[in-house]
Design a protein around this ligand. Structure first.
Ligand code: AHR
Length: 666
């Protein structure tokens, strides 16, 4: 049966009958009065290299400190000096100045029962039985007739998972590669390199990648983690942060130009989350930039998300040094922004467009959005922001610029006044997009679903660029990704959707978290070296995104349940999907009781005979997902019959429900 025939044509009699029998809560959707357009960018994702999000996470490289550039050059490595072996292993410096300034020297006298070194990976290496792993290394033989490098992947109890040999090293630096086939699965393997023979062997860029990266790309990304992102159908990808953009001081700010080209030539710097929290020190956290700006653009394209780079604007993190680039030294920062636009969009005969083409992408990436700074505030920000706007708009009037409003108003010094000040400036400057952040307790999100209802409408669009309910407190190590937080975010998102005329983009933060390498909780997606699961918060984001729709429909909820503080605990928003001609209703019941409601598709000329219903629910607000029970809180689909444009539905306690009903309005 064709879908279009499964509809119910409505007459006034139907309305009369239904209306007369209603006594309980009523949700009225004005299907004939579509309002603001929902932008394709409405629900996006925020990526930052925090919690081992890039190195040790999305970036599939398994070797930590592969180029011996950590300040402690041997960090991540340990020497293997078994019985009877003699020799030295140490870090050397290239005689000439170069970005990647160090290499490893192994001077072997006797190999005895084993001479070499071992890499621990990022809290181990995830190795999967039956899969192939590509080992590569830059090497040269500086002394001795010939030497062999025996490469081993080893699991717990020294169980050998895979083995290979490399030989024939010459006296000049060259790359040597071998593919190893894993015989067993191990979540915390390590890599052993044994030298055989006597002489001196130099090594650099020691690398191990699964062959099965996302789309099988060399220097690629972890396929299972990218799939989680693709499944969100995100409208945009914000990268690379976050505070990581700012750096603790300007010398360690994120500079996109050092993150493109040959991965061996990308300049490693410290990761600012390395020692940010005393309760969670991660001294081995650096940025190799193997996942750099080219890879971010490619990822955006792969998952159908608009790329949204955020650039440093001459200000280091204001929670740290707050170092400022003097106004008369802002030129290089602004030039970086202009060059980035050329890198993303410029013709292949332009300087930066050519670099993009040389990396394998002659077509432009279609960059339209750019953030000027991250969580910046104060007059120092405004004066720098103005310089960026002028320079970028003069050359690229179509690029939309995002202005910051500092951090969450409740956590940065004088937050509310600072935000008022920034907004007063943005109104004068007619800022295009303004970014606001919310890291608050779940009850705040439940109480403030109307946050944007009465926000002044002017020239600026709103970007809710970071938010996440904090079960204990901002970035508390005890925060949980529980159903309470996720449900509160869902309620808040109904408010964002209702205000889509103002709020045109939003994203949860942070995105990824390595179970052994985190600094900040809560996070949307948790992973270890082999596995990944989505939190309840992930499924909330996914449901809003995959049921985005095209136009807001006005919704009234009569007799909604309230909390003792008088704030609602039952929420609804609706959109219309112009392709499928469906009304999409999103309802959050944040009470412990089931709620029976009559849903009225008012103004519909005809409705479907059944509706698709997706429910995300759990009776226990403390419920969480885990590696063992990854779908404890996960959406469940069903179909319900619909007998008229006003139909009854029982909303589960503590639930997010999405109802899609075919609905002709003309
Ligand atoms: O999401 C974690 C951090 O929170 C971001 O880096 C920063 O922008 C915010 O303060």
């Amino acid at each position: 049966m064709k879908r279009v025939s499964a509809i119910l044509v409505l007459c006034s009699l139907t309305w009369g009958l239904v209306a007369a029998s209603q006594a309980q809560m009523r949700i009225t959707v004005q299907t004939g009065r579509p309002g603001a357009a929902i932008r394709p960018t409405m629900w996006g994702i925020f990526f930052e290299d925090i919690n081992f999000g890039a190195d040790g996470g999305l970036y599939a490289e398994l070797v930590k400190n592969r180029s011996f550039e950590f300040p402690d050059g041997i960090m991540g490595w340990s020497r293997i000096l078994r019985e009877g072996s003699e020799g030295y292993i140490y870090i050397e410096r290239y005689p000439q100045e170069q970005v990647n300034a160090h290499f490893l020297r192994m001077r072997v006298g006797k190999t005895g029962q084993g001479f070499g070194l071992s890499n621990e990976g990022f809290r181990g290496m995830g190795i999967r039985e039956g899969k192939d792993y590509r080992f590569s290394v830059l090497a040269r033989l500086t002394d001795g007739a010939s030497m062999t490098l025996r490469v081993e992947l080893v699991g717990g109890g020294n169980r050998k998972l895979a083995e290979a040999k490399l030989e024939g090293f010459g006296s000049q630096w060259d790359e040597y590669t071998v593919v190893m086939h894993a015989q067993a699965t191990e979540p915390k393997a390590h890599l052993n390199l044994f030298v055989e023979g006597s002489g001196t062997l130099d090594l650099d860029m020691v690398s191990l990648f699964p062959v099965d990266t996302w789309k099988g790309r060399a220097n690629g990304l972890r396929a299972d983690l990218v799939q989680m992102l693709a499944d969100l159908k995100p409208g945009f990808l914000r990268f690379p942060g976050g505070c990581i953009v700012e750096g603790r001081s300007l010398d360690v700010r994120y500079q996109w130009k050092t993150t493109i080209g040959d991965p061996a030539e990308r300049k490693l710097i410290v990761n600012r989350w390395n020692t940010e929290f005393n309760h969670r020190l991660t001294p081995d956290y650096y940025q190799s930039f193997g996942l750099g700006f080219y890879e971010y653009f490619l990822l955006s394209e792969d998952i159908g998300a608009a790329p949204m780079p955020i650039l440093n604007c001459g200000m280091a993190c204001q929670f740290n040094t707050g170092e400022l680039a003097p106004m008369d030294e802002l030129g290089p920062y602004v030039q970086d922004a202009l060059d980035l636009i050329e890198f993303a969009n410029g013709p292949t005969n332009s300087e930066w467009g050519r670099k993009r083409a040389e990396m394998g992408h002659p077509e432009p990436f279609g960059l339209k959005l750019l953030g000027v700074g991250n969580e910046q505030w104060g007059p120092q920000y405004i004066e720098r922001y103005k310089v960026f706007v002028k320079a970028i708009k003069d050359k690229y009037p179509d690029i939309q610029l995002i202005a910051g409003t500092g951090s969450d108003a409740t956590i940065f010094p004088n937050g509310p006044q600072e935000i008022d000040y920034l907004w007063s400036q943005y109104r004068q400057l007619k800022a295009e997009i303004v970014d606001e952040h919310f890291y608050r307790r779940p009850d705040w999100f439940l109480d403030n679903t109307g946050f944007y209802d009465n926000y002044e409408r002017g020239d600026s669009e709103l970007f809710v660029g970071e938010y996440g309910a904090q079960s204990i407190g901002v970035a508390s190590p005890d925060n949980r990704n529980n159903w309470h937080c996720a449900l509160a975010e869902a309620a808040f998102m109904t408010g964002l959707e209702r205000n889509a005329d103002l709020v045109t983009m939003s994203c949860y933060a942070p995105l990824f978290c390595h179970v052994d390498g985190w600094q900040w909780k809560p996070d949307l997606i948790w992973f270890d070296n082999l596995r990944v699961f989505g939190t309840p918060n992930y499924y909330v984001q996914k449901l809003f995104s995959v049921h985005r729709g095209d136009r807001v429909l006005p919704v009234e909820v009569a007799d909604a349940a309230t909390a003792p503080n008088g704030k609602p605990r039952f929420y609804a928003s609706s959109v219309y999907d112009e392709t499928s001609n469906e009304m999409i209703l999103k309802v959050v019941n944040a009470t412990a009781e089931p709620v029976r409601a009559t849903i009225e598709a008012r103004g519909a000329k005809a409705v479907g005979l059944s509706a698709n219903v997706t429910v995300l629910a759990d009776d226990d607000l403390n419920s969480e997902n885990s590696f063992e029970t990854p779908k404890k809180v996960a959406p469940v689909d069903s179909r319900i019959p619909v007998r008229s444009a006003a139909f009854r539905y029982d909303f589960r306690p503590y639930s997010l429900t999405i109802i899609r009903l075919m609905c002709q309005t003309r």
